[in-house]
Design a protein around this ligand. Structure first.
Ligand SMILES: O=P(O)(O)OC[C@H]1O[C@H](OP(=O)(O)OP(=O)(O)O)[C@H](O)[C@@H]1O
Ligand code: HPA
Length: 183
């Protein structure tokens, strides 16, 4: 990675790699306690949730199953298109299962409010959400995540799975993008 290039593109680092790992560890303690004695299926929302899923699941001191969905609600830029489509569905039958949706950000809430309804109609025992980030000021759909890493201001952020035009997902920190990158 060309670190000089990356530093020029971020105006502000919001969360470092160490802070992210610490917070995910705290969330894992809560999740492990809440699901004690129950089976747990973690459903990651591709592609951004890959990092959170990898680190959150490994922070859990218990067995979990994982499955993945791909949903399209954003185009390639920074604005939601407002239309949600399933690009890849679950391979798992979730009837009677405890499902924990794992994502890295709730922005407008469109993606996860739609996904909770969609999975809820398949007869699961429960459906909850774990998200690393949430933008309360941007929320326009009702979504109530049980586990939230941090609430952040309404700014476009990248890194740790979050992309701008498919770039920056592999940054270890999370930061805001410099305006010159958009132009
Ligand atoms: O609350 P919302 O406004 O719906 O935004 C949140 C969603 O947007 C991002 O996914 P995106 O559609 O960009 O796909 P990606 O994970 O492949 O980057 C993110 O991973 C969430 O799933
Ligand atoms: O702030 C964001 N950054 C990257 N991807 C996103 N998808 C929704 N909000 C964001």
């Amino acid at each position: 990675m060309d670190s000089a290039h990356v530093e020029n593109d971020l105006v502000n680092v919001l969360f470092t790699e160490a802070q992210i790992q610490e917070r995910l560890g705290e969330m894992a303690v809560q999740i492990a306690a809440d699901y004690e004695g129950q089976d747990l299926l973690m459903v990651g929302v591709l592609r951004g949730a890959v990092m959170v899923m990898a680190d959150l699941s490994r922070a859990l001191p218990r067995h979990v199953e994982m499955d993945w969905m791909a949903i399209s609600s954003y185009g390639s830029g920074t604005k939601s298109s407002g239309v949600v489509r399933i690009l890849k569905d679950l391979d798992t039958d979730i009837t009677g299962r405890h499902v924990l949706i794992v994502d890295e950000i709730i922005d407008t809430g469109l993606t996860l409010s739609w996904l909770v309804n969609s999975l809820g109609s398949r007869g699961p025992a429960s459906v909850e959400i774990a998200t690393l980030l949430r933008k309360p000021e941007a929320l326009s759909m009702p979504v109530e995540p049980k586990y939230v890493g941090w609430d952040i201001p309404n700014e476009f952020v990248v890194g740790y799975g979050l992309d701008y035009r498919e770039t920056y997902r592999n940054l270890r920190d999370i930061g805001t993008l410099a305006p010159h990158v958009y132009s």
